[in-house]
Design a protein around this ligand. Structure first.
Ligand SMILES: [Fe+2]
Length: 219
């Protein structure tokens, strides 16, 4: 026969380290889920990567030096201005890469972060990904590499290609430790070419910066 467990014993158990870890996960996952205006269905959020990253991301959201909002003003990042100033040069190198067939999907689907994007036609060419510049980038778009090199705060850079009519699914980006900066290079210059961030559309246009965001709910 089981002996009766006293409420004070249960209360003490609930503040042991293993439960504190559980509470931290729960509270931060709820914070991520309810942050902003747009959210996943609760069942999808349960298994989404943003839930597993929630404790780290919640800490970044709460203690970052920049405002805790989905879209930041690019004017607050003047060091990025040379990218826009040189957008035609970047476009020229991007055009050559495209014509040479170098902007591709991952052939082995081993680029976990973007696997679902690849299935919808999204293609990319990495310049740099949290480390040194890729040899292919040094080789094929040297001027853009030099430009990105001159801005040390850029941790990762890539050229992305979305075919006509392609649409990426709603998602939360997994990692809150960096900002995204988008610069349109070859676009239809139409309102049809856009990204929604937390329910608000932002339009890609040639040579225009669209947004600098903290990871949030995007489609
Ligand atoms: Fe994203």
């Amino acid at each position: 026969m089981l002996s009766q467990v006293s409420p004070s014993l249960i209360a003490r158990e609930l503040v042991t380290p293993k439960f504190l870890v559980l509470w931290t996960y729960l509270v931060s996952a709820l914070y991520v889920h309810f942050r902003g205006k747009v959210r996943h269905k609760f069942t999808r959020q349960l298994t989404d990567h943003s839930t597993f990253m929630a404790p780290y991301n919640a800490m970044i959201y709460l203690f970052s030096a920049v405002p805790n909002k989905p879209v930041l003003d690019v004017k607050d990042f003047p060091e990025l201005q040379p990218l826009q100033d040189n957008w035609e040069m970047i476009r020229e190198e991007a055009r050559k890469l495209y014509q040479g067939g170098h902007i591709q999907i991952s052939k082995s689907y081993n680029d976990l972060a973007f696997n679902t994007f690849f299935k919808r036609g999204w293609k990319r060419f990495y310049l740099k990904w949290y480390g040194d510049f890729l040899p292919s980038a040094l080789d094929l778009c040297p001027k853009t590499v030099e430009l990105v090199k001159s801005i040390p705060s850029i941790n990762a850079a890539l050229l992305a290609l979305m075919p006509s009519k392609a649409k990426l699914g709603e998602h939360r980006d997994p990692f809150a430790g960096s900002f995204r900066y988008h610069l349109g290079l070859m676009t239809p210059n139409s309102d049809e070419c856009r990204i929604y961030i937390d329910g608000t559309p932002y339009f890609w246009r040639d040579g225009q910066r669209s947004c600098s965001t903290k990871p949030t709910f995007t489609v």
